[in-house]
Design a protein around this ligand. Structure first.
Ligand SMILES: [Zn+2]
Length: 82
């Protein structure tokens, strides 16, 4: 009988620790990257950090692209519109 009580206690303790660890991992993942502002590439929709982005000035607006290819694609689209 005693052994069964110990097994239940160990099982419950294990579950509590598991839940605690899972909460911690989720908490860390939901934190935004520190000190890094992200911008959305208007061409492919990818989020890029300011450090990694290709900055394009289009009509006095600063736009952030993931690559030069996307910047050029965006400029082509603008030219086609006008
Ligand atoms: Zn892109």
């Amino acid at each position: 009988m005693r052994l069964l009580i110990w097994l239940i206690l160990i099982y419950v303790g294990f579950k509590i620790v598991q839940g605690f660890l899972r909460q911690r991992v989720e908490g860390e993942q939901s934190l935004p990257p520190r000190g890094e502002e992200t911008h959305r590439d208007p061409v492919c929709g990818v989020y890029v950090t300011e450090a990694d982005a290709v900055v394009g000035r289009v009509e006095d607006k600063r736009l952030y692209f993931c690559s030069m290819a996307c910047l050029e694609k965006y400029r082509e689209q603008l030219e086609n519109k006008s």
